[in-house]
Ligand binder design. Structure first.
Ligand code: FNR
Length: 342
């Protein structure tokens, strides 16, 4: 099977195995404010993450690495949707294009169609600093994402089995680049212990990629019709992972991700302390079930919902939203109590 066939499978099965019935962000409730003293038209949603200014806290997260015309189509459509809505956009893994010049066009279309926006390059943690420099240059990227996908590799019979050296490679990459490095999970969440280790590497941003949305254990199991299902329910739920990351960070910015379905859930993530919110599966689903216009409409709707919640909670800026009172219920409360996080 070629890499582009594997990527096609990922898109197909990401859509069919997507969202679980319980989403940890359901456990987060805003405390209603009857006297918010805000005006919807005055809400400011700009943010700074890892030293980068973003006009919107929404990021279209990494998808569709691998070559081929379908990748090019999806990347172009997502870049146009990002440009129309002011979202930042991360591309999927560029390892193929770093190794084979003929695949570069599937990524170059992103910068061409999102010329003034924030674009993030993407490679796995097996990267070398030289590969990182190439990936960044291909996109004139504003930041580099380094993805971690231990569980996906373990579920794949042909996947990696040796995960040593990732922290060293991340640190070397940070030193080789003059733009921020984002370390991201891909759906199993990151712990407070991981965040502390990543602070030492000099990475600027962590994207928690929690459990609750796209699930690469289910995707790989479906692809092979196999039932290595013990990893399907593995991972730190998104709400808990955001709280873990926020409690442990020192200077790192935190991006919330993993099953974020709408602007209200993005607002809940920020109220938990995240600086921005990244969405992959839900944007892909809007695009694949409709068109680029549908992806744009979905992102506009997310922004409208975020602004409404900010207005209702008395938060005129994203920093104020981080401080509005929330109540943490249910399983997320149990998790955080057990872990000693308040
Ligand atoms: C992904 N994701 C991903 N991440 C990454 O860093 N590099 C990649 O190449 C890919 N490829 C990819 C393909 C497809 C089809 C999907 C749906 C996702 C993971 C993605 O960026 C994100 O971390 C997870 O999908 C969790 O977020 P959602 O989908 O639950 O919002």
């Amino acid at each position: 099977m070629t890499r582009s066939e594997r990527k096609k499978d990922h898109i197909q099965y990401a859509l069919s195995t997507g969202m679980p019935s319980w989403n940890s962000l359901d456990d987060i409730r805003f405390v209603h404010n009857s006297l918010p003293e805000t005006s919807l038209s005055e809400i400011d949603v700009s943010v700074m993450i890892g030293g980068l200014s973003l006009s919107s806290p929404f990021i279209i997260n990494a998808m569709t690495g691998g070559g081929g015309s379908e990748t090019e189509y999806i990347n172009r459509s997502l870049a146009l949707a990002a440009a129309e809505t002011g979202a930042a956009m991360a591309v999927g893994s560029q390892m193929g294009a770093v190794k084979d010049e003929r695949e570069r066009y599937t990524f170059e279309t992103v910068r061409a169609n999102h010329p003034n926006g924030r674009v993030f390059a993407n490679l796995g943690s097996e990267l070398t600093p030289e590969q990182a420099v190439k990936a960044v240059e291909m996109l004139e990227a504003d930041a580099l994402q380094i993805h971690l996908n231990v569980i996906q590799e373990l579920v794949m019979p042909e996947g990696d089995r040796d995960f040593r050296g990732a922290l060293d490679r991340i640190q070397q990459t940070v030193q080789a680049l003059d733009i921020p490095v984002i370390v991201k999970e891909t759906g199993f969440g990151m712990s407070a212990e991981n965040i502390k280790a990543l602070e030492y590497t000099g990475a600027a941003i962590v994207d928690v990629g929690g459990h609750g949305g796209t699930n690469f254990s289910r995707i790989e199991n479906q692809r092979r019709k196999q039932h290595l299902s013990f990893f399907d329910e593995w991972g730190i739920p998104t709400a808990s992972s955001i709280a873990e990351a926020v409690s442990a960070r020192n200077t790192l910015s935190i991006t919330a991700s993993g099953g974020i379905r709408n602007g209200v859930e993005a607002a809940k993530s920020i109220a938990l302390g995240a600086d921005a919110a990244a969405l992959a599966g839900t944007v892909l689903s809007a695009l694949q079930n409709g068109s680029q216009k549908q992806a744009e409409a979905f992102l506009h709707q997310c922004m409208d919902e975020l602004k409404m919640v900010m207005t209702a909670t008395g938060a005129s800026t994203i920093s104020e939203l981080k401080r509005v009172p929330i109540v943490i219920e249910g399983r997320t409360n149990e998790w955080l109590t057990e872990r000693g996080i308040d």
